[in-house]
Write a protein that binds this ligand. Structure first.
Ligand code: ADP
Ligand code: GLC
Length: 475
């Protein structure tokens, strides 16, 4: 059986900050069904250690020499639903309050990547394919070729690098190359790992991986342009032949509207949706009214997600008979503005500042419209979940939003969402008003859209097959 090792910095059910964790928590299971032995490696963060440590088996402890440093790593294992998970422990690096965002991230993730390669030796496990996700493990293809290349067990590994978000690149001072990774300076001078006068983990992966993928077909095209390319468009252009887009799916057992332990009423009838809405309004301190349109957003609060469009038009949006619930955390300026809104529009706006998995389920299952007017969106998991729960999405036509939300056509009655093209507050407002009009005046169409959403195939089945074909092409 061919073996694939997923390398990432987060993954469900162990840790999550965004959609990357959803993917790492569900794609491996779908690939098992395609006949691969899929394993996943993650750092052993403090919350994982606290919650799961008792279920882990300790496999090995070894020294990791990385650049000028060396430190011990201990690897633990847990098998879950047929997938073997490895956790790399080194308390000073990973047992902190957050997963990333520290000044020494370059050092921490250099250690992590070297610890993964040393783990292969310690366990005598060399996968056929290493499937690296995002910048945190982007130096692995470089290390396998340039540092471990003399050893054919490493040299023979094929690398697939998946870009989940080009906006985060892991850019560090060039000294990190030698001091933390033990790689020769000429790789910087020749340009392979260089980004301006620094090194970039993500760019390096794009240069060195055998195949590069991203998480939707549209984003794969968009990143070749300067608008979306984050200054890497010319490097991506060079790898165009090896670059493809495979759209994300979701875990349809965790996100099962008919059988969701976090939903007060299973979504088996339209009246249960209204009951979920009423209980959600009560829970959030909104005026209880099953007929009022409830608009929702569950998101990291960053400029990526289109919050400026919402904030600029908030008075016009709330001039309609709607309520708004936003669950999220992130940039302080957005958090503060949303707190102000909640204060200004009592019982009509609720801002839940923070991360709350359980509340997210309730929101998806009790709201009428889901907002995702992103500036850019590699794929988007939230709109897929919203659709599965019959909550109609309103999106900007970019990246995966364009690939997964078909706008409703009132004449042919096809489609299941609302969308607009240009990143303009007026276009957003126009589309929002259109959704409100449908909700109140064309109820049958709105119901039809909601039902159509629930029928869209958001599972991994088709995309897992595409990954499997890509793996086969390399083996
Ligand atoms: P991104 O990865 O860019 O943040 P995605 O749409 O791909 O966006 O994935 C976001 C994931 O994180 C979804 O599963 C969404 O439900 C979840 N999520 C985002 N913010 C929160 C929050 N505050 N509480 C609970 N879940 C959240
Ligand atoms: C990133 C992207 C998001 C995508 C997720 C999983 O966080 O912002 O669009 O869905 O990764 O691939």
């Amino acid at each position: 059986m061919r073996s694939v090792l997923f390398t990432a910095a987060e993954g469900l059910p162990f840790c999550k900050s965004g959609g990357l964790a959803d993917v790492i928590g569900s794609l491996p299971q779908a690939l098992l069904a395609q006949g691969y032995d899929v394993r996943v490696v993650l750092p052993l963060y403090l919350p994982i250690a606290k919650k799961f440590r008792a279920e882990f088996t300790e496999l090995a402890t070894y020294d990791v020499h990385f650049g000028y440093f060396h430190a011990p790593a201990t690897v633990f294992e847990k098998v879950k639903d047929g997938v073997r998970y490895y956790f790399i422990q080194h308390a000073p690096y990973f047992e902190r309050d957050a997963m990333y965002g520290y000044a020494d991230d370059g050092e921490r993730f250099s250690f992590y990547q070297m610890a993964i390669l040393e783990m292969c030796k310690a366990l005598d496990y060399f996968p056929d394919i290493m499937h690296e996700h995002d910048w945190h493990t982007g130096m692995l293809p470089v290390l396998c070729k340039e540092k471990y290349g003399w050893d054919e067990r490493y040299r023979n590994i094929k690398h697939i690098f998946t870009i989940h978000n080009l906006a985060y690149q892991g850019v560090y001072p060039k000294e990190v190359l030698e001091s933390c990774l033990g790689l020769p300076y000429h790789l910087y001078e020749s340009g392979q790992v260089r980004f301006r006068d620094c090194i970039s983990f993500l760019k390096s992966a794009v240069v060195y991986a055998d195949k590069v993928t991203t998480v939707s077909r549209t984003y794969a095209q968009e990143i070749l342009t300067s608008y979306f390319g984050e200054n890497l468009e010319s490097v991506l252009e060079l790898r165009k032949e090896d670059l493809s887009g495979i759209v994300n799916g979701i875990d349809t057992t965790v996100w099962d509207p008919k059988n969701d332990p976090y939903l007060p009423y299973p979504l088996t009838t339209a009246s249960n949706r209204a009951k979920n809405k009423l209980s959600l309004q009560k829970r959030l301190g909104l005026r209880e009214s099953k007929d009022t349109m409830l608009v929702a957003m569950v998101s990291r609060l960053t400029w990526q997600k289109g919050l400026p469009l919402i904030l600029e038009k908030i008075t016009d949006l709330l001039a309609n008979d709607v309520q708004l619930v936003i669950l999220g955390s992130g940039d302080m300026s957005f958090e503060n503005q949303l707190k102000g809104l909640e204060y200004r529009y009592k019982r009509r706006v609720c801002f839940y500042c923070g991360y709350n998995e359980e509340l997210a389920h309730h929101i998806y299952g009790g709201s009428d419209l889901f907002l995702m007017p992103s500036l850019f969106e590699p794929c988007g998991i939230s709109q897929l979940i919203a659709m599965r729960y019959g909550c109609v999405p309103l999106v900007r036509e970019t990246g995966g939003l364009k690939d997964t939300v078909q706008p409703y056509n009132e004449y042919t009655k096809e489609g299941w969402g609302f969308s607009f093209t240009s990143y303009s507050p007026d276009d957003f407002l126009y589309t929002f008003r259109r959704a409100v009009d449908f909700y109140y005046d064309q109820k049958e169409d709105y119901q039809r859209m909601s039902k159509a959403c629930m029928k869209v195939d958001v599972s991994w089945e088709k995309s897992a097959k595409e990954y499997s074909d890509l793996y086969s092409s390399l083996l």
